[in-house]
Design a protein around this ligand. Structure first.
Ligand code: AHR
Length: 495
């Protein structure tokens, strides 16, 4: 069949919040230490302790927002241990992630320096599970109060006189699980209590995000919205794509069958159904869509690489991951009326990472390239899009072969992102633009010869984007040939 995409260039359907292209870096495995922080005395070139190769890579994809310090780690983290002279910082055991010693060398000042260097907004997650209201309240005072106060004075003593601007603040993480094993009713009360004491100081305006549901825990969303909606700016949702049936057998990141490919695609696309169902519950209490859905953990979760520490969640990243990223981002774009932020898990060396490091070496993953190609959608106007595509049947389930979204950027260009989720069949696609004429079309493509193609430290360019030229002018539009397992981003300039 010929797949069809119709883009209505004169029907704008709201802004795609740039924060949908957000990231997440937890104190987990080699995510922070080695991945970001090497220390000022390292032989790895660094800027005040942060490795330069990673900084450059993150700047290039224009990370809009970065979530830290967890994850499960957030509800065990006591921020006061992570400020002051590094040699004197109290160490702790990272019980969630491998039982390793946490030096606390990467703390509040280092994280906010990273955000400043990358140009990303910080998104800090506070501790509800094992922390206190006072501790959280004082963190906000330390971060944002300008002038005279115990915490502002302490910040100045620690080398930072000016307050930071911290907008996004999470009140706990997965409080139904690692964040305290709570009932939603209990957490909703705690949320209201904690958020009362995180104040807007000195012109800083917090965007308060409650720890939300995972997967299809609709009850959690319902209770949080019912009990706390007026006190929320955002409610989080977590969803991981795990092809295996069992937690201890999630499947390999690189060595997988056709069946696992299809299961991965089908499960990744499920996030759309979850957004719609959680969104319907949110609509019941918030029809104006004031409260943002914050998908602050998403991505693939496979078995760790053989020989690596099981607590470090280190996995490779193939063209399959790239397609999961592309299709998920298309879905988030399409639901930008409710989805205000999304943070892929996680930035470096953990789960579906952008970057992998091996001491002084660094490589970019196929997922990184997708974020680089899709960044044109950040803060662009979403355009109405109609898609006619084939359904791939897989066991009793099915999924659509093509995924697409379109936007108009502030420079007037139209961006359209397309994914062919079939790893064997190419797709002939007719693209029809209603409401505009174009003088120039440029395209980039990310694809591979085999379904488990990935970049390695020996062959870092196995999967990389190239110019896409398989575009011809047809009747009322463009004809494209999308290779099997490919991601294409087109940019069009109006005449
Ligand atoms: O991203 C890894 C972990 O997954 C996070 O710490 C936790 O929030 C989730 O369960």
């Amino acid at each position: 069949m010929v797949h069809k995409v119709i883009v209505e260039t004169d029907i704008k359907q709201g802004k795609i919040n740039k924060n949908i292209y957000g990231h997440f870096a937890e104190h987990l495995g080699r995510g922070i230490y080695e991945g970001i922080w090497v220390g000022e005395d390292s032989s790895i070139p660094n800027t005040r302790g942060i490795r330069n190769d990673v900084l450059d890579a993150l700047k290039a994809i224009e990370i809009p927002v970065l979530r830290w310090p967890g994850g499960c780690f957030a509800d065990e983290y006591h921020w006061k241990n992570g400020v002051g002279t590094r040699e004197h910082r109290k160490r702790m055991v990272n019980t969630h992630w491998g039982g390793v010693t946490e030096s606390n060398h990467f703390g509040t000042h280092e994280f906010l320096m990273l955000c400043e260097l990358v140009g990303a907004e910080p998104y800090i997650c506070g501790n509800v599970g094992s922390g206190t209201v006072q501790e959280m309240s004082e963190w906000i005072e330390y971060l944002t109060l300008n002038g005279e106060s115990p915490m502002a004075n302490w910040r100045a003593e620690n080398g930072r006189y000016e307050p930071w601007q911290v907008t996004n603040f999470g009140v706990g993480n997965e409080n139904w699980g690692c964040g305290g094993n709570m009932r939603p009713e209990y957490y909703a009360d705690l949320y209201k209590q904690f958020q009362t004491y995180i104040r807007d100081y000195s012109g800083n305006k917090l965007y308060k995000i409650a720890g939300g549901a995972s997967d299809d825990n609709f009850h959690w969303t319902d209770v949080l919205m019912r009990e706390a909606a007026p006190h929320l700016d955002g409610l989080s949702l977590h969803y991981y794509t795990i092809p295996g049936e069992h937690w201890h057998a999630k499947g390999s990141a690189t060595d997988f069958s056709e069946d696992e490919w299809n299961t991965t695609m089908e499960k990744a696309l499920l996030i759309e159904e979850l957004i719609e169902k959680h969104g319907t519950i949110m609509d019941k209490y918030d029809p104006e869509k004031r409260v943002g859905m914050i998908i602050d953990e998403w991505g693939t979760w496979f078995d760790v690489e053989p020989g690596s520490n099981p607590g470090f969640l280190y996995q490779q990243n193939t063209i399959r991951d790239a397609l999961v990223a592309g299709a998920s981002l298309n879905i988030f774009n399409s639901h930008c009326d409710r989805v205000q932020m999304a943070n892929i898990a996680q930035t470096i060396n953990v789960l579906q990472a952008m970057v992998l490091t091996e001491r002084e070496k660094m490589i970019l993953t196929p997922t990184y390239h997708v974020f680089n190609m899709f960044k044109v959608h950040q803060d662009a106007d979403k355009l109405a899009l109609h898609l006619e595509t084939e359904t791939i049947r897989h066991k009793e389930k099915s999924f659509r072969q093509i995924s697409a979204s379109a936007s108009q950027a502030q420079d007037g260009r139209i961006n359209i992102s397309l994914c062919n989720l079939d790893h064997q069949r190419q797709a002939k696609l007719h693209l029809d633009f209603r409401g505009a004429q174009f003088s120039e079309v440029t395209g980039r493509i990310l694809t591979a010869e085999s379904k488990n193609a990935h970049n390695t430290f020996e062959e870092p360019e196995n999967v990389h984007p190239e110019a896409f030229n398989d575009i011809t002018n047809g009747d009322n539009g463009l004809e494209l040939q999308l290779p099997a397992m490919s991601i294409v981003v087109l940019r069009l300039k109006e005449t």
